[in-house]
Design a protein around this ligand. Sequence first.
Ligand code: DUC
Ligand code: ZN
Ligand code: ZN
Length: 487
Amino acid sequence: MSDYDLVIRGGTVANAVDTMHADVAIKDEKIAAIGLGLGAGKREIDAAGKLVLPGGVDTHAHIEQVSSNGQLSADNFESATKSAAFGGTTSVICFAAQHRGDSLTAVYEDYAARAKRGAVIDYSFHLLLTDPTPKILNEELPPLVKAGSASIKIFMTYDLMNVGDEGVLDILLKARELGALVAVHAENNGMISWLGNRLVERGYTDARYHAISHPRGSEAEAFHRLIAFSELIDQPVIIYHVATAEGAAVIREARGRGVKVYGETCTQYLFLTKQDLVKPPGEGAKFVCSPPLREESDQEALWQALALGDLQIVTSDHAPSTLDENGKYAHGANPSFKKTSNGMPGLETRLPMLFDAMVSKGRYGVNAFVKWTSTEPARLYGLGGRKGTIAIGADADIAIWDPDKRVMLADDMVHDNTRYTPFAGREVTGWPVTVLRRGEVIIEDGACPAVAGSGQFLARKGGEAAKPSGRLSPEFDPKRNFGAELY
Ligand code: DUC
Ligand code: ZN
Ligand code: ZN
């Protein structure tokens, strides 16, 4: 008689803080026991010499998403989530992306139906708002947040997506009422469109000028403005894809004053620079993403910001475009940076790139690796205790890493639909050889046997991170605003 459905034996188990030699036993999709000499499982996996880590949680990925210019991202839910699983990630939060004039309810139902059909890992949605009308904010948004999508994504840039300063304030106020975290793409729209047009007028259209068209200061400026809004309303925000040292410094300063502002960076900003955009005609398009790739000194500042806790998580910002006329080359083989779809694939390579740097090469070690890529993303978005940890009662989402396996990253080895990786040609040490999602083996022997649609929707509440700090601004505090009731 077996006590458990599955036992992983003899591995080194690491969480965000602790590392231990232990067996891990799984029953009914959850972790049932952690210890030495556990009873038998119906199936046993020998993990001697391996690291047994929580599956990755990637909270920033664009999947099967339609962009504001009508382009569909390269991946569907099946291809994106299978590629994530191959790279050791077992939960993803992607977007239900409204465009102006859309009903949010209809948008959500459409994304939810497609994810239900295709996903092989567990998933949840950020509600991406571009049109914060009273009807959307008061009638359509509240039931969706209450049903488990307790995070709202907004843009401060892109002509067709940004919600304007007053829109940001409306959304922060509503998010406070609903207990939802607000995630923000924060760059200064005017600086980017003005400088981009000036570059193009003068013939500077190659991909490398994409980096110039987003001035470094546009990030810090927007962070400052957003944080001022967040303090006015007393509503926490998380700033997406921090890419510059100056941006990280703005967050550090605000957190130092006790503001509840969180920050993520992404794999590409830690490992690539604007020099990667300098390629033969057309080639640089693969590396066009926003904010753009920056400098080596920024990489260093971002690592330090993570170590100091100013930034808490590393995500992929997986935004896949094919290398053809349906994707990066929709406007020709050597497109102007202004006409190149933004984004790069990364769901699959995020963890191997970070494992190599942090565990194999030793920078910050395995516990920080787990913390920044799994435990903290889960906690910030209301999945703490259920995802992102190897603990009794948590979902049995586990990646078993061979710390010695060396893999040469190459375009033809990744499993998403772009068929390229910006990290091609880099050798990494350490690979997730076996991956379990709620106790089911979904990656083994280089294959993904998981059935499309076996991923489950993760209903989330806002959690601690989304709760107001309780420090009212002078303008919103009736004791200091001559008694005005503004909430
Ligand atoms: N930038 C975004 O804002 N979204 C998707 C991809 C990108 O590069
Ligand atoms: Zn963005
Ligand atoms: Zn994004």
